[in-house]
Design a binder for this molecule. Sequence first.
Ligand code: AMP
Ligand code: MG
Length: 350
Amino acid sequence: MRTRVLAVDAEHPAEEVLQEAGAALRRGELVAFPTETVYGLGANAFDPRAVRAVFAAKERPWNDPLIVHLADMSDLPPLVARLPDAVHALAAFWPGPLTVVLEKSARVPEEVTAGLPTVAVRFPAHPVARGLIEAAGVPVAAPSANRLSRPSPTCAQDVLEDLDGRIPRVIDGGRTVYGVESTVVDLSGERPVLLRPGAISAEDVSSHLPDLVTSPPAPNGEAFASPGLLTRHYSPRARLALFVGGTAAERAGAMKQAVARWIAAGTRVGVMLPSEQLLAFDGMAISRATLGRSGVVEEAARRLFGAMRALDRAGVEVIAASGYDLEGLGRTLQDRLLRAAEGRVIAVGR
Ligand code: AMP
Ligand code: MG
């Protein structure tokens, strides 16, 4: 299969492209497309065969459910058994990178929800995603458009790196805005639960839902509540070593020592840090990937997955990265880094 790349303007995507891709979705073909979080691999959510093709292209395990993307609030009621009040409290975030888990209706095929009695839904804000879903005229089930356990794609090139020749088309709308996946909140139980920290901070969700249950990510990346939140996820091919604790300066010092040891042992090393902190590694034979300006977590989020992919392309065997405080987007960054580290966490200053 040849994968076609359809380039569009992110703000004003050409209507012909949206109509053509929307029609393809409706008849059961797959379309990769940009959202404000990461690129998604979409299928007609009402077509079980199309949904199975998404799992096959990604090599995604069948027990990891997909998020259903809608263009309009009026498309939601047919998909769910009931609409709890909390949905209205969270409507302030729509369209945008917030996903809610609700009791599903019979309309939603079990392929989409991995057999669960609940369905995850969101209303993307990206003009390409919205235009495409509208053109398709059906809800679009879409996970991130990456191969199993790879970092999520934040540009069309990342999608091709993983799925070229495995899907018929990708709409290229440039880089995504947030760079990390949506925040997932489960509203199907007695109390709302944060299942996955994401592009909207837990604090922002809590300000609309004061009884939100959030539990900090386990340091070893285990014990995540959501099915399919596989421990090994978002990972580069290289081993990632995550330095946590201490002050930023203590972490940088410990990283520098470890990096020097690895280089001496003949290991190819990559370092992923804000530009200013990369300066400390001047003169060392490493590959570098910047996470933007120091202290600007939005920039780190936008660059995180691209940095992992760039260091993989550079052929490093180990990536050194620094942890984040569980505050605002820091919680999301720490969650993704812990999963990528798969337990290789180095505590500093204790
Ligand atoms: P992805 O778009 O690749 O980030 O994957 C979607 C994620 O949404 C899954 O891995 C789940 O963690 C979450 N999700 C989707 N549906 C449900 C559901 N019914 N219950 C809980 N979590 C869900
Ligand atoms: Mg994913």
